[in-house]
Design a protein around this ligand. Structure first.
Ligand code: ZN
Length: 557
């Protein structure tokens, strides 16, 4: 380590030229500006107040850096041929000449070729510390941002590698002077806290990025805004919904699977609404509801005189769904003859009305649904395997309501609103107990059954009162509290039934009564962490009864 003395700065002073008549000031070949420190101070204040400390600091640091890098070029040019330290000294000397700060070297060890650098300097009369204190009072952290940027920029340009200067003490924080230390950036363990201030990061690009994020969020929001007849956030629902969402953008034939009443038509309509066909018609047909001899004319249309009773030509559902979506519910109920025609429509994209020679092109997306096992129907010969494979390209299974317990409450709330409007009736809501009962019920009829029960409850509940369990279930004996227990997951279960099932399993497993008692006692003791009173409570017996049974076991072994 060695200290340095500055060489004479007359070489630098001679580079400053005032050409007032041309409105120019030069530092060698660089145009300079003589401006009021107060003006820079005002700019600095403005930056801090409008952009915040971090952005202001970043901008000023980079501004200083650019200035320092320029002076490094000048130093090399003016002091070409001198010893390295004298050349380097041009930097601090220019910094002083430019009126920023008084720089006193403490230590300077450098080797340009080897890329090593360690420099320590004291700063007095720091312009930035002075204006900062005047505007904001004493600071908590060093504030000579533009000057530290200058030191870093100068040295980095000089050394040909990033030398990071840090203000380890600053006059603005109450010290007598500022002290700065410079080292190659990778030698600072906390470099990451400082380097961001040297990086280009325009406010504009940040705003554009934020704007992009807002747009993306808005898009997600729009995508998650489910059509009003689809409510749910349970994992099973979301999975089905995502599949529908992905299919919506395509033309794929979708097969909706699931039990009766799970809302297959709602999903089909949602798929339609989310697709590019949304402006076109959505036509729903329940194949099970049509007489077999009418199904074909209903689906494919009929020409006048095609059969007895065909008094006029009529378009079928496929034609009516032109440009939109045709929903075929309970497609497993289609007679074999209609299945053959449907297969042809899917393969060729065209239909023939009954009794018509003409072939009509159609542009319809088919969504089929079934609650029967189509594969089994294929095996039994009731369903064509080729049609099955056509339909089963994109199957979406809609979970039964009992697997979507989390969705029951939001569904019930939406139904209450709807029925409240429909029946012109205001109720206070649904009791916790009633809601719990709804969550525990197995829902064989799924959402359709839930709707019926809520509508019934709405009608039975007096105006402005709460819906209670007895308003919901028509047969109270099924829900008498005597037969019901609330299981671990908070669901209602039939206590007798639970014990019955347990007994069956125990007997099937060949577990003897003694072994069962032994296991039960040990389990209770273990569960209560060896606390016998706790174990007795778990087994719903008294402590002496437990002791007696345990002793009996011990003496038996
Ligand atoms: Zn300072």
């Amino acid at each position: 380590m060695s200290t340095i003395q500055y060489p004479q700065d007359s070489d630098l002073r001679s580079l400053v030229r005032f050409c007032a008549e041309k409105g120019l000031i030069w530092l060698d070949e660089s145009r300079m500006i003589l401006m009021h420190a107060a003006a820079l101070s005002a700019l600095r204040k403005e930056l801090i107040e409008s952009l915040g400390i971090d952005q202001a600091r970043r901008i000023l640091t980079r501004m200083g850096y650019a200035s320092g890098a320029r002076d490094a070029e000048l130093a090399k040019k003016v002091r070409n041929g001198k010893c390295t330290k004298d050349v380097f000294s041009a930097g601090p000397q220019l910094h002083m000449l430019e009126g920023s700060v008084l720089v006193t070297p403490v230590t300077l060890d450098m080797d340009v070729k080897a890329g090593t650098f360690y420099g320590e300097f004291l700063w007095d009369n720091s312009y930035e510390a002075e204006v900062h204190v005047r505007e904001f009072g004493h600071a908590e952290h060093p504030v000579c941002w533009m000057q530290i940027g200058y030191a870093s920029g100068y040295t980095s340009a000089f050394m040909g590698r990033f030398i990071l200067f840090k203000e380890v003490a600053c006059a603005a924080t109450g010290n007598n002077q500022c002290r700065i230390v410079g080292k190659p950036v990778d030698e600072w363990p906390d470099a990451a806290q400082h380097t961001p201030y040297y990086e280009a990061d325009s406010i504009l690009s940040q705003m554009l990025e934020l704007r992009g994020q807002v747009d993306a969020l808005r898009a997600t929001l729009e995508r998650t805004q489910q059509p009003p007849n689809l409510i749910g956030s349970s994992a099973g629902f979301r999975h089905a919904y995502d599949l529908i969402d992905k299919a919506a953008a395509t033309q794929v034939t979708v097969l909706l699977l699931g039990e009766t009443g799970v809302g297959k038509e709602r999903f089909a309509r949602a798929l339609h609404d989310m697709s590019r066909r949304a402006a076109g018609p959505f036509v729903a047909v329940n194949c099970a509801a049509l007489p077999h001899d009418l199904i074909e004319s209903e689906l494919f249309g009929v020409e006048k005189g095609a059969f007895t009773g065909a008094h006029a030509s009529r378009a079928g559902k496929f034609e009516r769904a032109e440009g939109g979506t045709l929903f075929l519910d309970e497609v497993g109920e289609l007679p074999l003859a209609a299945q053959a025609k449907l297969l042809r429509v899917l393969q060729e994209g065209e239909i023939e009305r009954l009794g018509d020679e003409r072939v009509r092109k159609i542009n319809v997306r088919l969504v089929a649904a079934t609650n029967v096992d189509l594969q089994a129907a294929v095996k039994a010969g009731r369903f064509r395997s080729d049609l099955y494979y056509r339909l089963n390209v994109y199957p979406v299974r809609i979970p039964p309501l009992r697997d979507r317990i989390a969705d029951i409450q939001p569904m019930v709330e939406a139904m209450l609103l709807r029925f409240s409007a429909l029946h012109d009736k205001r109720i206070a809501g649904i009791t916790d107990k009633a809601l719990r009962a709804l969550r525990g019920y197995p829902w064989p009829g799924n959402i359709r059954e839930l709707e019926n029960i809520i509508e019934r409850g709405m009608i039975l509940t007096p105006q402005n009162e709460w819906i209670e369990i007895e308003h919901l279930f028509a047969e109270p004996q099924d829900f008498g509290s005597a037969q019901q227990i609330v299981d671990d997951s908070g669901n209602l279960a039939d206590a007798d039934c639970a014990i019955e099932n347990l007994c069956t399993r125990i007997v099937e497993a060949g577990i003897g009564l003694d072994d069962l008692e032994e296991a039960l006692l040990q389990h209770a003791v273990k569960e209560s962490g060896g606390n016998l009173s706790g174990a007795a409570r778990l087994l719903r017996i008294t402590r002496p009864q437990l002791n007696y049974r345990l002793k009996k076991k011990e003496s038996a072994t």
